[in-house]
Design a protein around this ligand. Structure first.
Ligand SMILES: O=C(O)CCCC[C@@H]1SC[C@@H]2NC(=O)N[C@@H]21
Length: 291
């Protein structure tokens, strides 16, 4: 609490050593909870991930869900990006404040956090509509201390300097809300555009080439597309080698896409080209990254 500067988020906390899911608890009791309340569990026995996945929730993982509200439906899908950005920035700021080496945690679109090519965190945003306002529950799972089965924040820190202290879950939580509150204010007042550059600096995808399967399942052909940024609706905006523009939509392992054959955009600029307004529909599937 001493490290918490935020005034709206994280000031009220529900904590449990063992809970089914912080996300279920918050969504099922949203109306009874003040906005900005956070629920933290040390262990979850029914942790939820996206697309009906299970979120393994052992001790050593920072697991929390918190409430927020938003009126503008068009901004809703972008909220998860603000949360991802807040967490990457929070980790950076905390490492800096504690004199630790910087952890290069990056955003893997749409809502994963990656460190050294491995997933260390995931974000789940769900919402429900009540007259005039969307109630948003945001759940975050971040592997702080479990070196198995992949890696965690503190393993990476120890690798860089075994003599320095490591990160504590409560410090990350406070740092997250300090960042989130500021970014959420900008997002609400000015829109995601005001955060876009910062977001692209924190994600893994600028200029990244991916192979997509173009066309219907039976007759699909591989195409290589280069990711440029986000479309205004928050989907991935990519350009094919033939100059076609694509909008990639996640849907489990599938993405649907819209294409436009009219415009050619430069893919090697630091700032992504603005996506074209007219896009034609097609169905695509991301298969692998080209060598
Ligand atoms: O990567 C994902 O699929 C998202 C994972 C989100 C996990 C967190 S842990 C805290 C909160 N409670 C849950 O049951 N899920 C989220």
């Amino acid at each position: 609490m001493a490290a918490l500067r935020a005034s709206r988020f994280g000031r009220w906390m529900l904590w449990s050593p063992r809970l089914a899911s912080t996300h279920d608890l918050v969504t099922q009791n949203f109306a009874k909870l003040p906005v900005g309340v956070v629920c933290v569990a040390d262990v979850q026995f029914k942790g939820r991930g996206r697309s009906k996945n299970v979120w393994e929730s052992p001790p050593g993982c920072l697991m929390f869900s918190f409430t927020s509200q938003m009126e503008d439906a068009r901004k809703l899908p972008l909220m998860q990006y603000v949360v991802c950005l807040a967490m990457t920035e929070a980790i950076k700021e905390l490492c800096c404040a504690k004199g630790l080496s910087e952890l290069d945690v990056k955003i893997k679109w749409p809502n994963d956090l990656y460190l050294k090519g491995l997933k260390v965190g995931g974000i789940l945003c769900t919402s429900s509509y009540q007259p005039k306002v969307y109630n948003i529950c945001t759940g975050i799972g971040l592997n702080v201390d479990n070196e198995e089965p992949t890696t965690c924040l503190n393993a990476a820190l120890k690798e860089m300097n075994a003599n320095l202290p490591t990160l504590k879950r409560e410090d990350i939580l406070a740092s997250f809300f300090n960042k989130f509150e500021v970014l959420f204010e900008i997002f609400t007042n000015e829109g995601f555009q005001a955060l876009e550059e910062q977001y692209y600096n924190s994600w893994l995808h600028s200029g990244q080439k991916v192979v997509v399967q173009d066309g219907p399942e039976a007759q699909h052909a591989d195409s290589v597309v280069t990711i440029q940024g986000l479309t205004p609706a928050g989907y991935l905006y990519a350009i094919g080698e033939d100059g076609k523009s694509y909008e990639l939509h996640p849907d489990g392992n599938r993405v649907s896409a819209k294409e436009d054959g009219n415009l050619l955009h430069e893919s090697n600029s630091a700032h992504p080209a603005a996506p074209p307004t007219a896009l034609r529909s097609a169905l695509l599937k991301i298969t692998k990254q080209p060598q």
